[in-house]
Design a protein around this ligand. Structure first.
Ligand code: HEM
Length: 511
């Protein structure tokens, strides 16, 4: 009974301290807000939609941000400044705005935002896609571009592409006129090619697919802490952090095993002196790691992070591209016939398509580019972060602002394209050379500038050969008597934008 007043006194002291700290904190926040308000009022910031306290403009994004951003930009202009939680986010919705960010001010906008979740998912952002712009990123990207993804390397994996595409053709032949899940065939094609090229072997399909899906899905989940840092404890509470740690630990175990196998194999190979043949990405990264003349030291975590990037960047976007191209071809029998005619003309009497033949298939390239115009796999690209104050289209953009580029909207901009929502490869087929990357800023599936995708050649090599082979050998109808023209093209937002429903087709051999 006696100790009660003492306890109350200490509680009282504790509460008083807490209150004083809270008041001090509020004063600090208000002062910071006032300073930032004063400095921002002198600035000519881009137009912003009205926002709510704490969450800012999040409620206006909805489940399909590329659509909502288009609507917002129609009201506020091609350059808008949103606030996502406490993150200032510039949104570019026109070709000119995209060019300003990815060309004129490319250096200022070539960093990436960082967050606790990204650090968990990518070994402290030791990968390429989410590393900030620094010497480490420049060296690593240059190694990956010149050693793993160069034209010569892409060519050297031709046999892998041919073999895996052959398996898709076999499955379509075996389907004997029944309905086939084309999306599933294409996802396993993309996974198998990437596994063989990166790891030197195929992995038990289901095990890797499920791990990969769970891993990629982490990038689609909303992390409160990434936008409202003082609420980052919520990510712990909702189980997001635990989930991320679990899937990364599983991937880490998998990658540890694969790297160990490669190190052991390499020892054996070195004894036999001929390991130059059949090198996969892990072999190459291990060789670079040992090469002291490179002047760039990196740890095993870097190898793992690069492989995760390549899986994350290379599998889904290649699969999604093929899924949309096939959907557009099935929906437009006129285009399908025209493409089949081109393939027949290039091949003449031959039946096997070589990669040299692809160079002469300009309509094929026009079909692919037109599909990327309408369905860029990463519709708002990966956010960039500015490291300097810049003046952009007359507006002041403070350092630390993030930028999203709505390439999906640019691809459908009526100011750039006649009948923008129609699938018409002819709009490109008049060009003598079809370039998937520029020179203009109107079709941007790979982004542009320093942060652009290093995997264009790699991706295009798989996509062109797969589409040419599939289209050459089969005609396609839709199940249940649905007319081709009525194919549902609804999409589903995520780190890449897929079809909402898998593409089911009936394939009939042409010969
Ligand atoms: C059709 C296939 C592909 C598409 C549409 C695609 C698209 C993209 C896009 C939009 C970006 C972000 C660019 C930006 O922020 O401006 C990107 C970055 C990246 N992609 Fe791809 N990608 C494809 C294939 C690949 C492949 C096959 C690989 C690797 C084997 C790859 C590896 C990467 C990496 C490492 C980055 C990060 C670059 C950086 O931040 O510096 N991608 N990709």
């Amino acid at each position: 009974m006696e100790s009660l007043p003492i306890l109350s006194l200490s509680s009282l002291l504790f509460i008083t301290n807490l209150l004083v700290s809270l008041v001090l904190m509020i004063i600090c926040i208000l002062r910071m807000k006032l300073i930032s308000f004063q400095s921002n009022t002198n600035k000519n910031l881009p137009p912003s939609p009205p926002r709510l306290p704490i969450i800012g403009n999040f409620h206006q994004l909805g489940s399909n941000p590329h659509y909502s951003l288009k609507e917002l930009s129609q009201r506020h202009g091609p350059i808008m400044l949103l606030r996502l939680g406490s993150v200032p986010m510039l949104v570019a919705s026109s070709s000119q705005a995209a060019q300003e960010i990815m060309k004129t001010h490319d250096i200022s906008f070539s960093s990436r935002p960082n967050s606790h979740i990204l650090n968990i998912l990518l070994y402290g952002c030791k990968d390429i896609a989410f590393s900030p712009n620094n010497e480490y990123w420049r060296q690593l990207k240059s190694i990956v571009v010149s050693h793993l993804l160069s034209n010569a390397q892409v060519k050297s994996f031709q046999k892998v592409r041919e073999k895996e595409i052959g398996l898709v053709i076999e499955s379509l032949n075996d389907s004997c006129g029944s309905s086939v899940d084309m999306s599933a065939l294409l996802v396993s094609l993309a996974e198998n090619v990437m596994c063989r090229v990166a790891l030197g072997k195929k992995i038990d399909g289901l095990k890797l697919t499920s791990l990969l899906r769970r891993y990629l899905n982490m990038f689609n989940l909303f992390s409160v802490g990434s936008y409202i840092p003082w609420l980052s404890w919520v990510d712990q509470l909702t189980g997001l952090v635990g989930k991320a740690e679990k899937v990364v630990n599983e991937f880490d175990e998998f990658l540890e095993d694969v790297i160990r196998e490669h190190e052991n194999k390499k020892k054996l190979d070195e004894d036999n002196v001929e390991f130059e043949e059949g090198k996969d990405f892990i072999d190459m990264l291990l060789s670079v790691q040992k090469d002291v003349t490179m002047g760039f030291a990196f740890q095993k975590d870097t190898i793992k992070a690069v492989i995760l990037d390549i899986f994350g960047g290379g599998i889904d976007s290649v699969f999604t591209s093929m899924e949309w191209i096939m959907s557009e071809l099935v929906k437009h029998p006129r285009v399908m016939k025209k493409l089949q005619k081109e393939i027949t003309e290039v091949l003449q009497e031959r039946s096997v398509i070589s990669e040299e033949d692809l160079e002469r298939m300009q309509y094929l390239k026009a079909v692919i580019k037109e599909s990327w115009r309408l369905h860029p796999p990463v519709p708002t690209l990966i956010p960039r972060k500015s490291t300097q104050d810049v003046k952009l289209m007359g507006y002041d953009i403070p350092a630390g602002t993030q930028a999203m580029i709505n390439v999906w909207q640019i691809g459908r901009d009526p100011a750039l394209w006649e009948e923008p929502n129609e699938f018409k490869p002819e709009r490109f087929s008049k060009n003598t050379i079809i370039n998937y990357r520029g020179p203009t800023f109107d079709v941007l599936p790979f982004g542009a500038g320093r942060r652009s995708c290093p995997g264009t050649q790699f991706g295009a090599a798989v996509i062109e050969l797969a589409i040419a082979n599939i289209v050459q050998k089969f005609n396609f109808a839709l199940p249940d008597g649905v007319k081709n023209e009525d194919l549902d093209m609804t999409d589903k937002y995520g780190i890449t934008v897929h079809r909402k429903f898998p593409l089911q087709v009936i394939a009939s051999p042409r010969f």
